[in-house]
Structure formats: C-alpha cells, structure tokens
Design a protein around this ligand. Sequence first.
Ligand SMILES: Cc1cc2nc3c(=O)[nH]c(=O)nc-3n(C[C@H](O)[C@H](O)[C@H](O)COP(=O)(O)OP(=O)(O)OC[C@H]3O[C@@H](n4cnc5c(N)ncnc54)[C@H](O)[C@@H]3O)c2cc1C
Length: 385
Amino acid sequence: MNTADVVIVGGGIVGSSIAWHLTQQGCKNILVIERETHQGKGSTGKSMGGVRAQFSTPVNIQMSLYSIPFYAEFEQRLGHPSGYRPQGYLFLATSEKHLAYLRTNQETQKSLGLTTAHMITREEVQELYPQLRLDDVVGGAFCSTDGFVDPYSAMNGFIKSACEHGATVCKDTLVTGISRDSAGISAVETTRGNFSTRIVVNAAGAWAAEIAAMVGIELPVIPLRRQLVPSEPFADFPHTAPMIIDMSNGFHFRPEALGFLLAWADPDETPGYKMSFDDGFIEKILVHAANRVPIFENLAINPKRAWAGLYEMTPDHHPILGAIEGVPGFYCANGFSGHGVMHAPATGKILADLILRGTTDLIDASLLNYSRFAEGREIHESAVL
Ligand SMILES: Cc1cc2nc3c(=O)[nH]c(=O)nc-3n(C[C@H](O)[C@H](O)[C@H](O)COP(=O)(O)OP(=O)(O)OC[C@H]3O[C@@H](n4cnc5c(N)ncnc54)[C@H](O)[C@@H]3O)c2cc1C
C-alpha cells in the first residue's frame, strides 16, 4: 500500500491550492486524488472567475485580502499565469437601503485595510458607462482591485508547482471510502487501491457531503446549479468594463473574450446535481440584461456555448474549513457558496497552517469550523451573487 503524509480528495482549484501551500511549508509527500481523467471538470472549470474583496463579513474580506494580491503576483511566484485582470466590481444600488448597505460594507472593508474601494455617484457611472440605464440607480460602490482570473489556469499553476515540489496527482481515481483505526484516519480507499495516511483533506467541491459521510459526518454542503450565458462578439460596450452588478435583481455581467458573460441567480433554481444547461434560462436572463443595458437587446447568443455548473452552498454562505472534532486527521475545505475560486489562495494557506501548525494567523479559523452549525454560530454573508 502506498503511503502519503496528506491525501487531498479532489483536484479542483481548492485541492490544488492546498497541495501547493503544503509544499511551501515543507510538507512534500502529498497525494491529490481526482476521479476525472482531467482536473477542472468540477466547478472550477465552470466558474465565472470573478474575484472581489467587496463582501460584508470581515472573514470573507480577510480571505480576499490574502487571495487577490496573491493572484496579482501569481505568475512571479509560481511561474504560471493566473489571468488576473483588475477591472473592478461595480455594484449598482437601486434603493437607499442598498446604498446604505454598500456604505456599511465599505467601512468594514476599509477598516480591514482595503484601500481601493470607493462609493460612486450615478453621474460618475453615467459618464463611464452611458450605455447603462440608470434612471432608477441611486449610486454604487466600486473596487479597482476586484476583477477576474482564469480559474483553470490558476488551478494548473498551483498543481504544476505543487508537483514540482513533491506532490503527486492520481487522476481517474474515485475515492470510495475512508478507513479509521483507534488513532483516527488510517487510509483512503479508491478504485486504484488503498493509500495509507493519517491526514485526509476533503476538497471534493459540490460532492463534499459524500466524502464527509465516509467518516460519519453530515456536512451541510448542498449542490445548486448556476448557469452562465456568453454572448457572441459585441463591441458596443467597453471591454475594459468591470463586473457590473444590478442590485435590483442580482443580474451581473463582465467582458469575456470579444463578447460578454452574463450571470444571474435564478430564484426558482432548486438544489441537486443538475449539470445540464436549460435553454429556457436564456430568455429569462436576456430580459434582465436588456433592462439594465438596453443595447444588450441586440446581443447574439449561441445556446450551445452556454453552460451550467454547481455552487456548493452552506446555510450561512461561508465555507467550512479545518479539522472536524471527533474525527482526528479529517479536514474540510468545502462549501464556498460561489466564492471558491477567489478564496482558493487563502484556503490553501489556512488549511496548510491548520494541518501543519494547528493554527493560522490569516483569519480566526474558529469562525469557519464545522462546529459553528451545532453551536449556533453561523455568520451570514449577504453579498452573495
Ligand atoms: C457557473 C459558476 C460560476 C462561478 N463563478 C465564480 C466566481 O466568479 N468566482 C468564484 O470565486 N467562484 C465562482 N464559482 C464557484 C467556484 O467555481 C467554486 O467554489 C470552486 O471552483 C470550488 O473549487 P473546488 O476545488 O472546491 O471544487 P471543484 O472544482 O468542483 O473540484 C472538486 C473535485 O473533486 C472531485 N471529486 C469529487 N468527488 C470525488 C471522489 N469521490 N473521488 C475523487 N475525486 C472526487 C471532482 O471530480 C472535482 O474535480 C462559480 C461556480 C459556478 C458553477
């Protein structure tokens, strides 16, 4: 039987970042197990690639304040591009309540050290993007260091560099069980045999609850379909634009290649492993698109290029990170609720710290532990797109 110091289940961006951060802290004998023949076929390869520090809770902001500069320096540090484009996130408020909410969030963000966010008036938005319909907009918030990354490229950068420093990836290998003895975790069972280990990290994305069930834990991570619609080339809106969010209904869009990528959380969506794109979604999202950007009425869409993936939702829209009490050697990095790409660097650092040192100075890790649900310590993030 092969032996590893740490076995990571799931080779998406989160598992890859954890592997890399472990190698940087001196842990070399790491095995990443991925059931697909290629990494990135889970949520990572379906992501919109947005990165932002404009959150409402301090812990989410702190994770972004580690992750975004990390993506900015990614190529220098890992020798591979992350595709970071600091084009910003622009939230458009259509009520005084939303504007006050943005203001309060910005105070929290600034108190934690974010210097690149500011409030913006309707007139300033009008000047920048006269293509937007702004009659109902009362103002907004903009952060210039928010933007986009290429999730697939960042994932590859993490895993490539991790492997150069000793990690191994076992693809096309399904984790089917986890064995335990009196000391805790003893092995991971797979379709390619067993791997003996004392430490397992659950980085299985939307499938995390299945892995946790292997050690008798009920993990509150639920898959929820999210659909994205790319347009055909469109030149009548600036391609230097940020992610623009219409707070009246959550519709948002950003430039992508020669066109635009449109997103919206359909309130009628129900949980489940639904991976196929529903053509009926295009009509729904185009109504919101043309409502905020009247010239988007002319956007050409090829339904064959649209796609669906899974968000991994937790009840309080924060991830579950760290050790699980009562299961020595079992760690979770799950439930990112739509923020797993932007928070992958911080997650890698936090998990490596917790596994190797038992503590981290990046965040107060107890805020995100599994026990928070049983202890009624949920912390709600309302700035979820
Ligand atoms: C449409 C869409 C848009 C998004 N937009 C954004 C965004 O703009 N910004 C952002 O930060 N996040 C976004 N997200 C969320 C983000 O993509 C995820 O949070 C992130 O990719 C999670 O990474 P992961 O590595 O945990 O999961 P995954 O990428 O899903 O990786 C988990 C891996 O585990 C493997 N696995 C599962 N079970 C087993 C098993 N039993 N054995 C072996 N392997 C197993 C899977 O095959 C998979 O490859 C978006 C998601 C979607 C679907």
